[in-house]
Design a protein around this ligand. Structure first.
Ligand SMILES: Cc1cc2nc3c(=O)[nH]c(=O)nc-3n(C[C@H](O)[C@H](O)[C@H](O)COP(=O)(O)OP(=O)(O)OC[C@H]3O[C@@H](n4cnc5c(N)ncnc54)[C@H](O)[C@@H]3O)c2cc1C
Length: 394
C-alpha cells in the first residue's frame, strides 16, 4: 500500500486545483479519477471552449451563486476569480473576457485549460492516476485507507473529496462523495437538478438552433435577461437554465421579450417610420430572419405586404409577439441533462476557512460535492477552483 500526505478523489476543476495547491506546499499528493482523462465535465463547459471563470467583481460573483455564497466569503478571501486568472496567465495560458464577464482561453479550446492544470501537476510532482475508481474509504486513528475498483489500496493522512455533484453522470459525477460524507455521518442536503434546460409544448423544429443574445424571460415575478437557445426539446442557454429554478409545475407560463431594449411604443414608431417597406424586410431588421418569419406566420400576416397595407389589429398582435411571446413550460430536464446539482454536503458540517469537516479530522470537501450551486457563466467553476485551492493548501 502506497502512503501519501494527501489523496484527492475526483479530477475535475476542484480536484486538480486541490492537487496543485497540496503539491505546491510540498506534500506528497495523489489525485485519482475514474475517467480516462481529467476534467471531462470541465471540457464541456462554455460549449466546449471552457468557461474557466468570470471576471466580475466580488459582489457580482456572489450574486451569481444562488446557494452557498455566504459560505464562500472566506474561500474567496484566500483565492478568488482574479487569482484564477492570474494562475493561468502566470502559467502561460492566455485568457480573454467575453460577454457577461465569461472568461475563456484565447484558443477557444477546453484542452488548453486542462493541459495547463495537468502541466502544473507534472511540474510540482503530483501523482495522478486516471481510470481508477475509488470504491471505499475508511479512517483509522491517523490515516485514511482508500480502495479502488481495480484492487489497489492507498493511504494518506489527509483526504480531499472533489467528486462533484450528480448531474451529467456520464462525466463521472455520480454522487460518490455524498456517500463518503454519509459514511462519516455528515449531513447531505436534498440533491436536485439545477440549471436545467426547459421542456416546452412548442413547435421546436421551426425554431431549433436559433440562438439569441440578451432576451428577457419572464417567469412568475422574475425577469431574467440573458442569452437563450431554442432546441429540439424546448429552451436552453443561460436565460432558460436560470429560469429552471422557478419552474414548479408542468404548465408554467413564461413570456419572452425578444427586444428588451425597445419599449412597445418605440417598436411601433419604428415600424411606422418604415411603412413603405415590406413586412418581411422590416421584421428582419429587428429579429433573426427565421424567428421573424415564424412570428409573422403564426400571426397570419402576408410577409410581402407593405407595413402600411397591414390590418392594424394584426400588426399590433405581431408586435406584441415580439415583446411578450408566451410559451408553456412542461418541465425541466433531469440530472442526466442538468448542468448543476443543487444540494450536497451540508455547509454546517464544514469549517469555511479550511473546508475541513468539523467532526472528522483531515477530511476535506471542495467543489460541487458541497451544498453550493451557481449559475453557468463560470461561477460554478470559480467556486470549484477556489475551494479546491483552499482545501489543498490548508
Ligand atoms: C454541459 C455542462 C456545461 C456547464 N457549463 C458551465 C459553465 O459555463 N459555467 C459554470 O460555472 N459551470 C458550468 N457547468 C458546471 C461545472 O462544470 C461544474 O460545476 C464543475 O465541473 C464542478 O467541478 P468539480 O471539480 O466539483 O466536479 P466535476 O467537474 O464533476 O469532477 C468530479 C470528478 O470526480 C470524479 N469521480 C467521481 N466519483 C469518483 C470515484 N468514485 N472515483 C474516482 N473519481 C471519481 C469524476 O470522474 C469527475 O471527473 C457545466 C456543466 C455541464 C454538465
Amino acid at each position: 500500500m502506497t502512503n501519501y500526505d494527501t489523496i484527492i478523489i475526483g479530477g475535475g476543476p476542484a480536484g486538480m486545483m486541490a492537487a496543485i495547491a497540496s503539491s505546491f506546499y510540498g506534500r506528497k499528493t495523489l489525485l485519482l479519477d475514474k475517467n480516462k482523462k481529467l476534467g471531462k465535465k470541465l471540457a464541456m463547459t462554455g460549449g466546449g471552449r471552457c468557461n474557466v471563470t468570470n471576471n466580475g467583481t466580488r459582489d457580482e460573483i456572489l450574486a451569481n451563486i444562488p446557494h452557498g455564497a455566504k459560505f464562500l466569503y472566506s474561500t474567496f478571501a484566500q483565492f478568488d476569480n482574479h487569482d484564477i486568472m492570474a494562475f493561468f496567465e502566470d502559467n502561460g495560458t492566455k485568457l480573454k473576457v467575453e460577454d457577461h464577464g465569461r472568461v475563456f482561453p484565447v484558443t477557444d479550446k477546453s484542452q488548453t485549460i486542462i493541459a495547463a492544470l495537468s502541466a502544473k501537476m507534472v511540474e510540482l510532482g503530483t501523482s495522478v492516476l486516471t481510470k481508477t475508481e475509488v470504491i471505499s474509504v475508511k479512517k483509522g486513528d491517523d490515516e485514511f485507507t482508500i480502495k479502488t475498483a481495480d484492487g489497489k489500496s492507498f493511504s494518506s493522512r489527509k483526504l480531499i473529496v472533489t467528486t462533484g455533484g450528480k448531474s451529467y453522470p456520464s462525466t463521472g459525477s455520480t454522487g460518490f462523495g455524498h456517500d463518503i460524507a454519509r459514511h462519516f455521518k455528515l449531513k447531505v442536503t436534498e440533491l436536485k437538478p439545477a440549471e436545467s434546460p426547459l421542456m416546452t409544448d412548442f413547435p421546436h423544429k421551426k425554431l431549433q438552433g436559433i440562438s439569441l443574445r440578451d432576451v428577457s424571460l419572464q417567469i412568475k415575478n422574475q425577469t431574467i435577461t440573458h442569452d437563450l437557445l431554442f432546441t429540439h426539446f424546448g429552451l436552453s442557454g443561460p436565460a432558460a437554465l436560470r429560469a429552471s429554478s422557478f419552474v414548479t409545475s408542468s404548465d408554467e407560463m413564461i413570456t419572452l421579450d425578444f427586444l428588451p431594449t425597445l419599449t412597445a411604443d418605440e417598436l411601433a414608431d419604428k415600424f411606422e417610420q418604415l411603412r413603405d417597406k415590406s413586412l418581411k424586410n422590416v421584421a428582419k431588421l429587428f429579429l433573426q430572419e427565421r424567428l421573424a418569419d415564424f412570428l409573422i406566420e403564426i400571426t397570419g400576416l402576408a410577409p410581402d405586404l407593405k407595413i402600411k397595407q397591414l390590418p392594424q389589429k394584426k400588426l399590433q398582435q405581431l408586435l406584441e409577439s415580439f415583446k411578450a411571446f408566451p410559451i408553456k413550460v412542461t418541465g425541466t430536464m433531469s440530472f442526466a441533462k442538468s448542468f448543476v446539482t443543487a444540494g450536497g454536503v451540508d455547509l454546517s458540517e464544514i469549517t469555511p476557512k479550511t473546508l475541513m469537516s468539523k467532526t472528522v479530522d483531515n477530511l476535506y470537501f471542495a467543489g460541487e460535492v458541497l451544498d453550493i450551486n451557481a449559475h453557468t457563466g463560470g461561477f460554478n467553476i470559480t467556486s470549484a477552483l477556489a475551494t479546491g485551492w483552499v482545501a489543498g493548501s490548508n
